[in-house]
Write a protein that binds this ligand. Structure first.
Ligand SMILES: [Zn+2]
Length: 170
């Protein structure tokens, strides 16, 4: 498979705020229409009969787009796993399910602060008990994802390293 087919470019607003993630096709079109310019080049080259373009890893929009400050991230298993780095938040093992810290049966809500990625073993120990009635301890307090978390929901837990400094400022 041609490398460029799976290439993704992080697009930043003219204010450097991460705006979207686009495919090579969209990136090429934005470049040809002079709407973006590259901040971080990749080594991947898109070639067609007429053009040869070095695909950017990160590109800056040449104009300002009025975009919502933060994007809503769906509260689902996949995104909880991404937030928690696919790691059980009780033992650090490989996460396989989602646990409600305050069990739903005891009025616990399905919200970011009450859900964690969890392995099978800890899930069995935890069951429908309150955390205090088990020997389990949370590795960290679960929080609502902030900033450019939505980028990870598109490309997974580990975006291209060249993206990191731009995602931090989000
Ligand atoms: Zn565990």
């Amino acid at each position: 498979m041609e490398k460029f087919l799976s290439h993704r470019t992080l697009i930043l607003n003219s204010t450097f705020q991460p705006l979207s993630v686009v495919s090579y096709r969209r990136a090429v079109s934005l470049i040809l229409n002079k709407k973006i310019h590259s901040l971080e080049d990749s080594k991947i080259v898109f070639k067609s009969e007429k053009t040869k373009i070095n695909l950017p890893n990160v590109a800056l929009l040449n104009y300002f787009v009025n975009a919502p400050y933060s994007r809503r991230v769906a509260l689902n298993k996949e995104n909880i796993f991404i937030r928690d780095f696919h790691t059980c938040q009780y033992c650090g093992g490989v996460a396989e399910s989602v646990d409600h810290i305050i069990p739903k049966s005891k009025g616990g809500e399905h919200v970011w602060s009450n859900v964690v990625a969890c392995c099978k073993k800890c899930n069995l120990i935890k069951a429908d008990k309150d955390l205090l009635n088990t020997r389990l301890k949370l590795i960290k307090t679960p929080e609502h994802p902030v900033g450019a978390f939505w980028v990870k929901t598109i490309v997974g837990s580990n975006p291209d390293p060249s993206w990191n400094k731009y995602l931090k400022s989000a």
